[in-house]
Design a protein around this ligand. Structure first.
Ligand code: NAP
Length: 269
């Protein structure tokens, strides 16, 4: 998805850059990052599973990326490598575009994986009250994440097991529901993490799954009249914010979104 979005944006703006995907082995991460300097690369995106592993090889970290402990965007400024997390800011932007300011809102985050981590840190930073619900609480992921956020922002964050009873209780007091699990993602498009009868019109439902664009959760939330935000917008904005860091120019967000939709629809066919 990223090469499609970025190369369209570079072409549209007449910027002489090209965005290429590289598969990098775990044991080669350090050498790959070092190669940025030698090859005079302006920037990199980093994806799963290297978002944490790249950190020791960078010269500087943006404070938010530092708190989250994960980097998805690197900028090379004359050999000085700085890491950012535009997954987090890319998640926030579509909420702000909808006029939804997280401060003081109660947010239920489903999942405690990589994406949930970025989402919960940015929401905590923006003053939301957070409950994290994760399937495998016994693995301690959700509890560990909640403890890290509590420590970083001196606020209480609750971790609960993701089950029907907890969801029913939590959603009664929730303003914004975020699905940061992979439930509903292609090819398991018939699944949803939340029963339809728990959805209501005055709920914001933000499903970060973007493949398919219209997940079952999104369709059911739309059907009850909830405000719906799509994972596609997060995907596009994390790219757009990285683009702006590399180029110093405003990203053509609408074009990037159009290209992403085109590619996803091709995939869905
Ligand atoms: P991850 O680190 O593997 O985490 C997956 C999460 O989903 C874990 O919390 C896992 O819980 C939970 N999960 C998986 N299957 C489940 C099930 N059947 N029932 C309940 N929970 C389940 O993955 P990730 O990187 O966080 O990505 C999660 C999703 O977000 C993916 O669909 C990914 O495509 C999407 N995403 C979107 C964007 C965007 O820009 N829109 C960015 C990043 C990720 P356990 O701990 O119990 O396994």
């Amino acid at each position: 998805m990223s090469p499609v979005m970025h190369n369209a944006a570079f072409q549209d703006m007449g910027i002489d850059y090209v965005y290429l995907p590289f598969r990098v082995k775990k044991e080669e991460v350090g050498r790959a990052i070092e190669g940025m300097r030698a090859l005079n690369m302006r920037g990199l995106n980093v994806t799963i599973p290297h978002k944490v592993a790249v950190i020791p090889f960078l010269d500087e970290l943006d404070p938010l990326a530092d708190k989250i402990g994960a980097v998805n965007t690197i900028v090379n400024d004359g050999g000085v490598l700085k890491g950012y997390n535009t997954d987090a800011t890319g998640f926030l932007q579509p909420l702000l575009e909808e006029g939804i300011e997280p401060e003081g809102k109660s947010v239920a985050i489903l999942g405690a994986g990589g994406a949930a981590k970025a989402v919960s840190f940015i929401l905590a930073e923006r003053g939301a009250r957070i409950v994290i619900l994760n399937r495998r609480l016994e693995m301690g992921w959700a509890e560990e994440l909640a403890a890290r956020i509590s420590q970083a922002f001196s606020r209480e964050v609750t971790a609960l097991e993701l089950n029907g009873e907890n969801l029913t209780g939590v959603l009664k007091k929730t303003d914004i529901l975020v699905n940061a699990t992979s439930v509903g993602m292609s090819p398991d498009t018939g699944r949803t993490p939340v029963d339809t009868d728990l959805l209501r019109p005055n709920l914001v439902v933000y499903d970060i799954v973007y493949n398919p664009i219209k997940t079952r959760l999104r369709k059911e939330a739309e059907a009850v009249g909830a405000t719906v935000i799509s994972g596609l917008d997060m995907l596009v904005w994390q790219g757009a914010l990285a683009f702006e860091k590399w180029t110093g120019q405003k990203a053509p967000v609408a074009l990037m979104k159009k290209e992403a939709i085109k590619r996803l629809e091709k995939h869905e066919d």
